[in-house]
Design a protein around this ligand. Structure first.
Ligand SMILES: [Zn+2]
Length: 301
């Protein structure tokens, strides 16, 4: 089935990051999905950008205000790694709104995909590693505060540890954060998730998929979460410019299929965010499209 897709025009705003940061991946991904018949324009939804009250559920209100007013101090600007301008701010606010909407639509329909998001390094009071706001942490808090879901599983398969998400949501009852990442990738100081699996550099398809298979189906059975947020970063790919794992296209495709099928079998709704991916734009966007091919191959949720 073709999932609900979430896209906002502000996802197109140009972000001036250093290479290999890709600023226009969302729009390029949408175009590729349309070209391949993997996006139904009738099922495309536009989110409302996040307001301060949502952001304050996961972030320090003083930090939210400093970002909005463009007066973040130099150390925190350095941690961001991108120039903090209006385009970045608007895009980040739209992406947070998109992840909240993905969560809502997943609860209604089983699967929904934000074509942005995955700002998993952003902490409560600081940006980090290209991430201004932690969209998944905000979305978990918004949906729980609204009483829409009790237990949430955050499954972070980006090659970098979801340190910000783990730090923000670590003490939340009813929230379980799992990160499967490369041990030697950023961040050098890892946070403590509910479950961390740190793979050695160079780990390939077979070992990676076995690691995922070892915990995911049994965790879903045991926890019975009402919703799963999936960070489907494609930077575990062997040709990724920053990631140090060694998955092939096929390995990434099998990873995405394994996540979606396990959740569908367990009756757990899934909201996806794009996460990271670094390298030549066409190659990276094609890797992101693998998730949508896996989704299209599934029967209705
Ligand atoms: Zn990453």
């Amino acid at each position: 089935m073709l999932p609900r897709l979430i896209f906002h025009p502000d996802y197109r705003l140009a972000i001036h990051g250093p290479p290999p940061f890709l600023s226009d991946r969302s729009a390029a991904l949408l175009a590729l999905l349309e070209e391949r018949g993997l996006a139904d324009p009738a099922r495309l939804r536009r989110p409302r950008p996040a307001g301060d009250s949502w952001l304050a559920l996961a972030h320090d209100p003083a930090y939210v205000l400093a970002v909005r007013e463009g007066r973040l101090d130099a150390p925190r600007r350095r941690r961001l790694g991108l120039p903090l301008d209006d385009a970045l701010r608007h895009r980040a606010l739209a992406a947070v709104g998109g992840t909240v909407l993905a969560g809502r639509l997943a609860l209604e329909e089983g699967l929904a995909c934000n074509l942005a998001g995955g700002g998993h390094h952003a902490a409560a009071a600081s940006p980090a590693g290209f991430c201004l706001f932690n969209d998944v942490a905000v979305a978990v808090r918004v949906l729980r505060a609204e009483g829409l879901v009790a237990t949430v599983l955050v499954l972070d398969l980006d090659v970098h540890q979801g340190d910000g998400t783990a730090a923000i949501l670590g003490d939340d009852p009813g929230v379980v954060c799992v990160s499967l990442h490369c041990r030697t990738n950023y961040p050098s100081h890892k946070a403590r998730s509910s479950l961390d699996i740190a793979l050695e550099p160079g780990t390939g398809d077979r070992e990676y998929l076995a690691a995922l298979q070892r915990f995911l189906p049994s965790l879903l059975d045991r926890l019975r979460p009402g919703l799963l947020f999936y960070n489907a970063g494609v930077d575990p790919h062997r040709d990724d410019r920053l990631g140090r794992l060694a998955l092939t296209d096929r390995g990434l495709a099998e990873r995405d299929a394994l996540v979606l099928e396990s959740c569908r079998r367990a009756g757990v709704p899934v909201a996806t965010v794009t996460g990271g991916g670094y390298g030549p734009p066409e190659a990276v966007v094609a890797r992101h499209a693998l998730l949508f091919e896996a989704a299209a191959a599934l029967p209705a949720w």
